[in-house]
Design a protein around this ligand. Sequence first.
Ligand SMILES: Nc1ncnc2c1ncn2[C@@H]1O[C@H](COP(=O)(O)OP(=O)(O)O)[C@@H](O)[C@H]1O
Ligand SMILES: [Mg+2]
Length: 489
Amino acid sequence: MTDTIEMLIGGNGQQQVSMNAAMANRHGLIAGATGTGKTVTLQILAEGFSRLGVPVFMADVKGDLSGLAKAGSPHPKIDERIAHIAIYGYTQRGYPTVFWDLFGKQGHPLRTTISELGPLLLSTLLELNDTQTGILYSCFRIADDNGLLLLDLKDLRSMLSWMGDNAKELKSEYGNISSASVGAIQRRLLVLEEQGARHFFGEPAADIDDLMKTDFSGNGVISILDVTRLVQTSPRLYATFLLWLLSELFEQLPEVGDADRPKFVFFFDEAHLLFDQAPKPLLEKVEQVVRLIRSKGVGVYFISQSPLDIPDDVLGQLGLRIQHALRAFTPKDRKAIRAVAQNFRANPDLDTETVITELGTGEALVSTLDRKGSPTVVQRTLIRPPESQMGPLKAAERKERIARSPFSGKYDKRVDRESAYELLQKRAEQAEEKAAKSAPKKAQKKPGSSRQSWQEAMFKSAARSAGTILGREGGKLLRGILGSLMRGK
Ligand SMILES: Nc1ncnc2c1ncn2[C@@H]1O[C@H](COP(=O)(O)OP(=O)(O)O)[C@@H](O)[C@H]1O
Ligand SMILES: [Mg+2]
């Protein structure tokens, strides 16, 4: 075997604790109570990956990750930590970062389209019942089968009302489309729109390649998505967006063999939001994607207060465990701590259960995977200090970085490509024109006939224009595990 690349996590005076970068696609968990050091741990991991040339994506929940872009400042406490861990070659420096924000305020807007999101994530996001979910699936099927792109919310809305209007004709192929259910979906879409979803359904949609960059020195670029507002106003939207991103990575990246380091690392902060109230079919698919994405060289790291926030099936797949302090106030807390302690491979020199409650800030119980992929014995570890600044940038510093980012021209302006809404509207007009030409008076009195030809027109020319709309042949769209769109080969 070739030499392994070790990423230093910290130390405890007796030994250093590091992780083998080749195991980084075996995922991980950072847990602990508020204020115990989770965010800084995430920061030092991101720095470590960046130094290895691995691009990193993270959502910034509290707004305190932007400091990654700037060098930290010297402090006696930092020096103490460096000495205790015996870090060699510590230099304070900023890391290559790109700021993103679904609302386009704290960074470049990151968008997706309705078509790309797919029916599974969208129905979960809208909290639809089974009947409504069925209609939404039909809606995507009609659109997908006809190569119609649903770019934004108005596309979806017009598609749904078109379905409502043509329920009779669609019934044999797509089943019952009740106007009550269509109306219910439309109302949920309005709620979603009020939560700000309008901002991030549309184009230009996020291009995964832009999240997978390295700088000219070969450092992995760290993409930081600001979600401070989103997590407050619509935690579901937050979870949905990140799941979509995860599924995009999964569907688009090629399989890779064993490598000495991952291709990409994805940090999922406030991970409980992902799993809270998520319906079972979605949970199963998330579990599946997390399991399979390993072979694409992607490492997924969850951050949460307690490991018990993460479903067992997912938890069992997480190789790196960094457990910061937990508080033992209630019997329930103590029970949870016992469960967490039992998840570690015991260290005869440590009483894991007691230590969890005694850990200082920036100190954690750490277990990694060895070369063979087995968990190492748990170690009490002082986490290394970051080289970049702890805490956020000043607003002006952030603004300046956003302005000089290579993506400022690409995403900042929204474009409205011809999509379902425009096409349906155009077809309606054409159908009416045609009807008016052939039999002006009758046509106006018979809305049914105009609708009929609209439907025909839609299917026919949708199929014809599919190549141009989608930029690919065939026109039929294919969907992956989480329902996101698959690209042509
Ligand atoms: N590895 C570390 N090195 C130095 N200081 C740390 C470290 N981890 C945490 N700290 C200190 O503790 C504070 C709180 O840590 P933070 O990561 O924000 O906690 P959490 O995310 O768990 O709420 C930081 O602002 C920093 O001052
Ligand atoms: Mg934090």
